[in-house]
Design a binder for this molecule. Structure first.
Ligand SMILES: NC(=O)c1ccc[n+]([C@@H]2O[C@H](COP(=O)([O-])OP(=O)(O)OC[C@H]3O[C@@H](n4cnc5c(N)ncnc54)[C@H](OP(=O)(O)O)[C@@H]3O)[C@@H](O)[C@H]2O)c1
Length: 344
């Protein structure tokens, strides 16, 4: 019998001044939606997990409206259209967009949903949430548009074994840079140098970070792609070169409980003194150029120049566990959940 119920993860509690817990979420269900005129219904195949989701639960992060208690958790997914009354999005097509933490999503395809057809079909379609989706685009535009790497540059990357970080070295290698990654275990460091294109790696949990930066970046740092902020950012700032570019992609070390006071950077003065640049960005602002990144990265994947790393948990019921893995550093590459059978 075809399913009739749509399981959904709802916000049960806000993680105020503490890490995200399993009990912050409650499993609910509703009937599978029927499309109204102009709408289409998607069966979600994979859901994407992202560190920013803790902020969706608290205050919206300036990107989304704060979630109300009892609302379906927000997030992107990739899925197949199973019913449509929309002239552009047709039954059978694969799309990625805002689907929420649920098994079936309904959309009218208007800009809010950021719903895109998946053209560059690599198997599995999960790549539309990873290397060929927002995660890959974040690495691409952060590095090329803000980092502007040159062949002789030393590029340092924090959060290097995560979804975004796992592509940055390989992208920097297309230019010819020397790339050092920072991650939270020896096993992740091995992954960085053996599979993800890094020349060298630092385990920030067991090694002396400033001493290792000095040893592995003897010519200083030209580009710092920062996913974590805090003391790692400060140590990197102390070692930047003249005209360095510091890409402030994210600051996960500052996202969790007890870190409401921003880390007091001692070395920010180096930015002015060395005519350097420190810039944040929001990937959604690059929407008009997503196709450029998608085409370029799909080509590199096909040519074997770019591998991708995904960490897929099986089963919709594992969504909260998958989110918590990000804050605990358990994921290797892009964290996803397989919500329903991948038909490809
Ligand atoms: N600017 C944008 O538009 C944009 C878009 C997407 C993502 N982002 C940001 O990019 C960063 C990476 O996102 P992602 O989705 O690829 O996540 P991710 O890197 O796959 O997962 C998070 C990783 O962060 C590390 N981490 C956790 N707590 C940490 C801490 N206290 N100190 C240092 N590292 C810690 C963990 O790895 P270890 O084991 O190495 O600690 C964990 O695996 C995040 O900061 C995110 O907010 C920004």
């Amino acid at each position: 019998m075809p399913p009739t119920k749509n399981r959904q993860w709802l916000l049960a509690e806000r993680p105020i001044d503490r890490p995200v817990k399993l009990t912050d979420f409650k499993l609910g269900e509703s009937p599978i939606p029927e499309p109204k005129d102009g709408e289409f219904v998607i069966r979600v195949i994979y859901s994407s997990l992202a560190p920013v989701m803790r902020f969706y639960m608290l205050d919206g992060a300036g990107i989304e409206k704060p979630l109300e208690i009892g609302e379906v958790m927000r997030g992107r997914g990739v899925g197949q259209i199973v019913a449509s009354r929309n002239s552009i999005f047709k039954e059978g097509e694969i799309v990625q967009g805002k689907m929420g933490w649920q098994e079936y999503a309904v959309s009218d395809g208007s800009p809010y949903w950021m719903m895109y057809k998946v053209h560059q079909r690599l198997v599995p379609v999960s790549t539309a949430l990873g290397i060929l989706g927002m995660t890959g685009f974040t690495a691409y535009f952060g590095l090329f548009d803000i980092g502007k790497p040159k062949p002789t540059d030393t590029v340092l990357v924090s959060g290097a074994a995560g979804g975004v970080g796992s592509s940055v070295a390989q992208l920097a290698k297309t230019v010819g840079c020397y790339v050092v990654g920072i991650a939270g275990s020896d096993e992740k460091c091995k992954l960085l140098t053996e599979k993800l294109g890094y020349d060298a790696a630092i385990n920030y949990k067991t090694e002396d970070i400033p001493a290792r930066m000095d040893a592995l970046c003897p010519k200083g740092i030209d580009v710092f792609f920062d996913n974590v902020g805090g003391p790692i950012l400060d140590a990197a700032l102390a070692r930047i070169n003249k005209y360095a570019r510091v890409v402030s992609c994210g600051g996960i070390s500052q996202y969790i409980a007890g870190s409401n006071e921003p880390y007091p950077l001692k070395n920010a003065y180096k930015i002015g003194r060395l005519n350097a640049l420190l810039q944040g960005f929001l990937i959604y602002d690059y929407e008009p150029r997503f196709a450029e990144a998608e085409v370029a990265m799909a080509q590199w994947v096909k040519e074997g120049k770019l591998t991708y790393q995904e960490d897929v948990l099986d089963g919709f019921e594992r969504m909260p566990e998958a989110l918590i893995r990000l804050y605990e550093g358990k994921n290797r590459g892009k964290q996803l959940v397989r919500v329903s059978k991948d038909p490809f």
